[in-house]
Design a protein around this ligand. Structure first.
Ligand SMILES: [Zn+2]
Length: 328
């Protein structure tokens, strides 16, 4: 089977970050909004480094203003995912962008996104679950409000809570209240760490927030003791190699630590993060990983199973996806 045709499981995708640039341009035109400077001459997002990426990202998000915009965005994003063979995806949603952390407004956005996900499921067979995500550089107070939004809508479609944004802002322990609130509501937990922060940021997130997955986490490789601890604890890393390489964290695919982490028994998975910003897709990630590390169907099959077993979904959804993976 070609890598493109393999059914894939993605655990780390930001909804706004996955917005096709043509979709954002079209929406801006409809609303007569000026996005000058946001796009490169070839129509892709123009980004230079991580801080600039966050700026462009937030500027692109300014055209997304209503639940209807998010309904259309979700359909566009899931179409792209399905085209890359993704059969199950977990998507980060931000109550900051969706209703400004107002619970009633957030409920409307979430419902629009859920309906779009169901429609995409009927259209493409893709299954989506959502992870409400606090934005770290907005600070712990806003993270609390985000957690309250998440707790109020926990269950069914919304199955996780996470922390994204600028890792240099604050410490994981500042966000403990938000994570405790989400955990008590039955949500499963993940946090970005070990991308811009070093191994200590991974250790802090595991210890202070009690997460079972880490977004990125790849810089754990710099601390062999931590690598052993993560492997022993079964912590899952949501690796996004193409994102790391596009942002200059590693010079090339062969330099990315995903293969070394895997060789040391760490549960690694593969995702695209914000694919159009980093000129990637799930199929592109697979192709580059096969090329860089000689990964074959056996390795990808193992990673897909690791991913679905780490998914924040109920067991019957998991069993259905496992059957689809096995059938392929
Ligand atoms: Zn991310």
């Amino acid at each position: 089977m070609s890598l493109a045709a393999r059914p894939k499981v993605e655990l780390h995708l930001h909804l706004e970050g996955a917005a096709p640039p043509a979709f954002i341009r079209g929406l801006a035109q409809e609303k007569s909004l000026d996005l000058t400077g946001l796009f490169a001459p070839d129509g892709s997002y123009a980004i230079a480094g991580f801080r600039h990426f966050l700026k462009v990202y937030e500027a692109a998000c300014t055209v997304l203003r209503t639940p209807e915009d998010y309904r259309r965005l979700t359909l566009a994003v899931l179409e792209e995912s399905a085209a890359s063979g993704v059969v199950y995806t977990e998507v980060f949603l931000s109550p900051d962008f969706c209703g400004g952390r107002d619970v009633a407004a957030w409920q409307e956005y979430l419902e629009a996104i859920r309906e779009a996900a169901e429609a995409a499921g009927r259209r493409d067979g893709i299954v989506m679950r959502a992870i409400a995500t606090a934005i770290r550089h907005q600070g712990p107070d806003r993270a609390r409000e985000t957690a309250v939004c998440a707790a109020e809508t926990a269950g069914g479609f919304l199955t996780g809570f996470g922390l994204a944004g600028d890792e240099s802002a604050g410490r994981p322990r500042d966000f403990r209240w938000a994570f405790d609130c989400a955990r008590e509501a039955g949500l499963r937990l993940t946090a970005h760490a070990g991308e811009w922060g070093g191994p200590e940021s991974v250790r802090d997130a595991i210890r202070d927030l009690g997460v079972e997955r880490i977004g990125h986490g790849v810089r754990a490789i710099e601390d062999p003791v931590l690598v052993e601890e993560i492997a022993a604890a079964g912590i899952v890393l949501e690796c996004c190699p193409g994102s790391n390489i596009a942002l200059g964290l590693y010079p090339g695919w062969r330099d990315h630590p995903i293969d070394r982490l895997r060789a040391r028994g760490v549960k690694v998975t593969v995702s695209t993060d914000d694919p159009p910003y980093f000129h990637t897709t799930m199929t592109h990630e697979y192709d580059r990983l096969a090329e860089a590390f000689g990964w074959d169907d056996g390795v990808f099959g193992e990673i897909e199973l690791t991913s679905i077993n780490a998914a924040f979904c109920d067991t019957s959804t998991r069993d259905t996806i496992v059957k689809r993976l096995e059938a392929a």
